[in-house]
Ligand binder design. Structure first.
Ligand code: SAH
Length: 475
C-alpha cells in the first residue's frame, strides 16, 4: 500500500501530475469535502480560532496540515483566519507535510502564488500570500517539523513559579490523510485448520527462531499480498475481475502478526470469534502519537533509543537521533488536532481496503500506482494511542461530519453566501455542495465521515468540549 501510493518512481500520489490533471476533482479519481464547498475550510478555520480563544489566546502558533492534496482546505482556512487580526499576528509558521513533490508545487501556487520554492533545512519554503512575514514550509514527514521552541529562539517565561521554555502552539489538521496510510490485515484462525509452524516469515526470507513459539488456540494470521494464483483465475485474463494480486493467509507468523494484534484489548476481545478480521495501521498510530506529544508532551517514561535511520514516506531516510527521542516535556499543554476522515465510530475496520479510479470502485490489487488505495480509519485506535502517548491530552469524538459541520454553523454560512450569489449556477453549486457534506443518506458525506479532536487535558475545571463536539465558544 505504501509503495503503491508514495513510491518516488510512480506512486499514486508521487507520480507526475499537473494542475487540473491531478488525482482530485471531476477530472481525477475522487472528490473531497474541501473541494466540494469553500464552507468546509472556512468552518475548520473558525474551529482553530475558537480553540485558540478557549486556550487563552496564547502566542507563537504553528499551523500544520498533513496530506494537503491541492491545498484547498489550507487556502480556505488561511483566507478565513487572515481576517482575524488578533489571531493572525500570532502565527509564526505554517507547515505542510506532503509526500508528493508535484502536489507540493501545486499547493505553493495556490498558497504562495509561486512555483518558485526555496530550499530550507527541512524541505522547501515560500512566503504565505495571506499572512505578511509568515513562511510556509513543506516537508515529507511530520518528524521534521520543530517541536518546542523555534530553532535559535529560547524563550523563558514564568509558569507556576517555574521558569519554563515557552513552547509552540501547534494546530494540526488531517483531512483524508489517515485513510491513505498503510494497513496490516489479520484473520483469526483456529489452530486446528492451519498446521503449526515455528518459522517466521520476514521480508528478507524465513527464519527459525532460537526459542520455540507457543501459539494459543486461536491465532492472528496476517493476510499478505501475493501474485494471484492461477487457480483463482477464471479466464486467464488480468483485468478488473481478475486482478494481478490477491490477499492470502500467511501460514506462519509474520513480524507484524506477532505484536500488532496484541496492542489493544479490543483485538483480544475478538480472539474468541473464529475468522474475525482486523485492520491495523501502525503508521497512523505513530502519526497520532506525534500529534498528541506536540500538544501534551510525551509520556515521562522514555525508552532510550540509539541513533537510527527510519524510512520516510517517499523512501528517503530520516535520521532519528537519540537527542530527538528524548521526552518532550510540556508543562503547559497547548494546541489542538482536528482529524476528519471516514471510518466506523467505534468498531475495528474489517475488509475495508478499497481501490478507486475515475470515481468508480475498483480492485486495489491491480494497476499499482494508477489506482487510489485507502482503508477505513480506526478512530478508536487513534484515540487510544493518543491518550497512551501523552498524559497532557484528551480526545473528543469521533462525531459524524454532519454533527460537526451543523454545530459549526454550515447552514447559517451557506445562507449568508447564497444571499450574495451572483447567478443561478453559483447558487445551485453552493446549495448542492453544503447539503452533500451533511447529508446522512448513502450518497451524502454526513454519516460516513467523522471528526475527532485532540486537545490539551483540562484538570482545572469542568470538562470543556470543543466547538463542533458539543461545546460553545469560550473566550
Ligand atoms: N487533504 C486533501 C488530500 C487528501 S489525499 C483533501 O482532502 O483534499 C491524501 C494526501 O496525503 C495527498 O496530498 C497525498 O499526497 C498525501 N499523502 C499520502 N500519503 C502520505 C504520506 N505517507 N506522507 C505524506 N503525505 C502523504
Amino acid at each position: 500500500m505504501r509503495q503503491c501510493l508514495t513510491h518516488p518512481g510512480g506512486g499514486y500520489y508521487t507520480r507526475q501530475t499537473t494542475s487540473g490533471q491531478d488525482q482530485f476533482g471531476t477530472k481525477g479519481d475522487f472528490v473531497t469535502s474541501p473541494e466540494i464547498s469553500q464552507i468546509f475550510g472556512e468552518l475548520v478555520g473558525i474551529w482553530i480560532y475558537a480553540e485558540w480563544l478557549a486556550q487563552g489566546r496564547k502566542d507563537r502558533v504553528q499551523i500544520i496540515e498533513v496530506g494537503p492534496g491541492r491545498g484547498t482546505l489550507m487556502d480556505d482556512v488561511l483566507r478565513t483566519i487572515s481576517g482575524l487580526g488578533d489571531f493572525v499576528k500570532r502565527i509564526e509558521k505554517i507547515y505542510l507535510i506532503e509526500a508528493s513533490p508535484y502536489l507540493q508545487k501545486q499547493q505553493a501556487t495556490l498558497l504562495s502564488g509561486t512555483k518558485d520554492l526555496q530550499k530550507s533545512h527541512i524541505g522547501l519554503t515560500a512566503p504565505c500570500k495571506y499572512i505578511p512575514d509568515c513562511k510556509i514550509h513543506w516537508c515529507e514527514d511530520i518528524r521534521l517539523v520543530p517541536k518546542g521552541t523555534l530553532a535559535g529562539t529560547r524563550v523563558l517565561r514564568k509558569y507556576a513559579d517555574m521558569e519554563i521554555e515557552e513552547t509552540l502552539i501547534p494546530f494540526i489538521l488531517a483531512h483524508e490523510f489517515f485513510d491513505a496510510l498503510p494497513i496490516h490485515v489479520f484473520q483469526n484462525i483456529a489452530q486446528s485448520s492451519v498446521p503449526a509452524s515455528t518459522t517466521i516469515v520476514t521480508p528478507t526470507g524465513p527464519i527459525k527462531p532460537k526459542y520455540s513459539i507457543t501459539t494459543p488456540k486461536n491465532t492472528w494470521h496476517e493476510l499478505v499480498v501475493s501474485p494471484t494464483s492461477p487457480s483463482s483465475h477464471n479466464t486467464g485474463l488480468k483485468d478488473e475481475n481478475n486482478p494481478e494480486f490477491e490477499l492470502t493467509v500467511s501460514k506462519t507468523p509474520t513480524p507484524h502478526s506477532m505484536y500488532l494484534p496484541k496492542m489493544s484489548k479490543r483485538y483480544k476481545d475478538l480472539e474468541q470469534i473464529a475468522d474475525a478480521i482486523i485492520e491495523i495501521s501502525p503508521e497512523s498510530l505513530s502519526y497520532i502519537n506525534d500529534f498528541a506529544e506536540r500538544i501534551g508532551g510525551s509520556n515521562p517514561s522514555p525508552s532510550p533509543r540509539k541513533n537510527v535511520e527510519e524510512p520516510s514516506a517517499t523512501g528517503s531516510k530520516i535520521s532519528t537521533s537519540s537527542k530527538q527521542s528524548r521526552p518532550f516535556t510540556k508543562p503547559c499543554p497547548s494546541g489542538a488536532a482536528l482529524i476528519l476522515d471516514y471510518g466506523p465510530l467505534d468498531t475495528i475496520p474489517a475488509n475495508t481496503l478499497r481501490g478507486i479510479r475515475a470515481h468508480r470502485p475498483t480492485s486495489p490489487f491491480q494497476s499499482p500506482g494508477l489506482v487510489d488505495i485507502s482503508a477505513d480509519v480506526d478512530f478508536l485506535a487513534l484515540a487510544e494511542s493518543a491518550l497512551r502517548a501523552s498524559p497532557g491530552v484528551e480526545v473528543h469524538g469521533p462525531v459524524e461530519q454532519s454533527f460537526f459541520l451543523s454545530t459549526m454553523g454550515i447552514k447559517e454560512r451557506a445562507e449568508q453566501l447564497l444571499k450574495g450569489a451572483k447567478n443561478e449556477e453559483t447558487r445551485s453549486r453552493l446549495e448542492t455542495g453544503w447539503k452533500r457534506l451533511v447529508d446522512l443518506g448513502p450518497n451524502g458525506m454526513g454519516k460516513t465521515y467523522k471528526a475527532m479532536a485532540i486537545v490539551p487535558y483540562n484538570d482545572k475545571g469542568p470538562l470543556r468540549r470543543p466547538v463542533g463536539f458539543g461545546g460553545h465558544i469560550v473566550d
